[in-house]
Design a protein around this ligand. Structure first.
Ligand SMILES: C[S@@+](CC[C@H](N)C(=O)[O-])C[C@H]1O[C@@H](n2cnc3c(N)ncnc32)[C@H](O)[C@@H]1O
Length: 457
């Protein structure tokens, strides 16, 4: 593998006798992982229907390795959100954020959504998750992944850390900063990261990380947890960033957390002025575990300002819209999502009870999208389908993952079906994947155009 020479020289100097093992790991195949989405299926039930050759990832309960020649991203279960494909080391981050149902959580650098979807599954639909991404295109992908995984309690924003910090002072119980970094830990799987690497870029990333953490800390409640992670090896962006941060914010300290025995300690001797206990931060090395390079620091905010809660979102609803939704829900659903109902133009959403006002923020997804109000009718959204369990819908049309019908459905084709007229929740082996609307033996396909399978997929 073609690695930048300056990078090799630097790693040799840092790792010394461990360098040979490190560099040899670049000749090995990258590790692939999938994480079961427990919002939709239990681990036990997934293992009963799992069609792949999988092997447990030791550091995450829901995580499994799969071999390079298998394609779980091209299986109907992927479209049904039964799992998320995620690099195995990256799964350690969600474990260490360790959000609890009912808490308020911020994922500040969230796209494409690997960690956000992990945090959401741990929250089990309770509490509030704000998933933010600064880049508009990446924020859209994040929003799609939040939808696919059937997450009900997330708000997806497209903001700068600065503007979010002005909106959410001392608001969150836990914050994840999965920082933009020089990506050295991803060299094995990402050629772009190799091509863009330079010592100047490492320095630039480090100063950007300082700035992001500065805003992040102001959004955390006293007693809250701040998790910082990168997928790079450079000490400047890891122990260095954390040491500079702790020097500036002595009201934070490094928390000692239990970790998988294959993980390694942070390195005090690799930076000047290392913070006390920097060894309790975590390094994940590709020559020591079956995963790419990562760094994780778990910090606790000991004190700071306690602020009154932000105002909750207000409901201003057009009664016609509410009536159309209620008619749809009465006809189609056995149980209705609860929370605050809000409308953005003709789009209807339900927000978690904990939701604050979102005024002036760029919001892509203000909670669960229920559907669209169309000429006095209500048309349910794809997000609602993905968030429903089969028991929650009155009419379910189940397709087997091995059938040709599921492929036809995913390609957007009309299905010929006998049954009761109206909206049907389409499921794959019992797990929701989209909507169909039956009229005169024809199931009209409501699988979103942008997600449809093409050609011989
Ligand atoms: C390591 S990636 C996040 C990966 C994501 N957490 C996941 O698990 O899928 C870092 C993200 O930070 C975003 N980013 C870049 N510059 C930023 C900045 N100045 N402030 C906040 N986020 C930024 C990038 O667009 C990128 O999506």
């Amino acid at each position: 593998m073609n690695l930048p020479q300056t990078f090799q020289d630097k790693m040799k100097c840092l790792l010394q006798e461990e360098y040979d093992a490190f560099i040899r790991s670049y000749e090995e195949e990258k590790n692939q992982g999938l994480r079961i989405n427990t919002l939709k299926i239990s681990i036990e039930d997934f293992l009963k229907i799992n069609p792949f050759t999988i092997e447990k990832i030791p550091w995450v309960k829901e995580g499994y390795f799969y071999p390079n020649n298998e394609r779980p991203g091209k299986h109907p279960y992927h479209d049904a959100g039964l799992y998320y494909i995620q690099e195995p080391s990256a799964m350690a981050v969600g474990e260490l954020v360790d959000p609890k149902p009912g808490e308020t959580i911020l994922d500040l650098c969230a796209a494409p959504g690997g960690k956000t979807t992990h945090l959401a599954s741990k929250m089990n639909g309770q509490g509030l998750l704000v998933s933010n991404e600064i880049h508009p295109q990446r924020a859209k992908i994040l929003s799609q992944n939040v939808e696919r995984m059937g997450i009900k309690n997330a708000i997806v924003t497209n903001e700068t850390p600065e503007r979010l910090a002005a909106h959410f002072p001392s608001f969150f119980d836990r914050i994840l900063v999965d920082a933009p970094c020089s990506g050295e830990g991803m060299f094995r799987k990402d050629e772009e990261a190799r091509l863009h690497w330079s010592p100047e870029n490492v320095a630039l990333c480090a100063s950007r990380q300082d700035e992001i953490l500065e805003y992040a800390q102001s959004m955390l409640k006293p007693g809250g947890r701040l998790v910082y992670s990168t997928c790079t090896f450079s000490p400047e962006e890891n122990e260095g960033t954390i040491s500079r941060f702790l020097e500036k914010y002595p009201n934070f300290e490094i928390e000692q957390v239990e970790v998988y025995e294959g993980f390694s300690p942070g390195r005090a001797n690799w930076v000047k002025g290392a913070a006390p206990n920097i060894e309790q931060t975590i390094r994940i090395w590709p020559h020591r575990v079956k995963g790419e390079g990562h760094y994780i620091a778990v910090l606790k905010k000991n004190n700071g300002d306690e602020l009154p809660r932000l105002k909750y979102a207000k409901t201003k609803l057009d009664p016609k819209m509410l009536k159309a939704y209620q008619e749809f829900a009465g006809e189609t659903l056995n149980s209705m999502p609860s929370g605050f109902f809000i409308a953005f133009n003709d789009q209807f959403y339900v927000l978690p009870e904990e939701a604050p006002t979102l005024e002036k923020l760029k919001v892509l997804r203000p909670g669960l999208h229920l559907g669209t109000f169309k000429k006095n009718r209500f048309e349910p959204s794809h997000a609602l389908a993905l968030a429903l369990r089969k028991e929650e819908a009155k009419r379910v049309f189940d397709l087997s993952a091995d059938s040709s019908e599921i492929i036809s459905y995913l390609k957007g084709e009309v299905l010929s079906v006998n049954g009761v007229k109206g909206w049907h929740l389409i499921t794959v082996d019992g797990y929701s994947i989209g909507w169909g609307k039956l009229a005169g033996n024809m199931m009209k396909n409501h699988y979103p155009k942008g997600l449809r399978w093409m050609g011989n997929d």
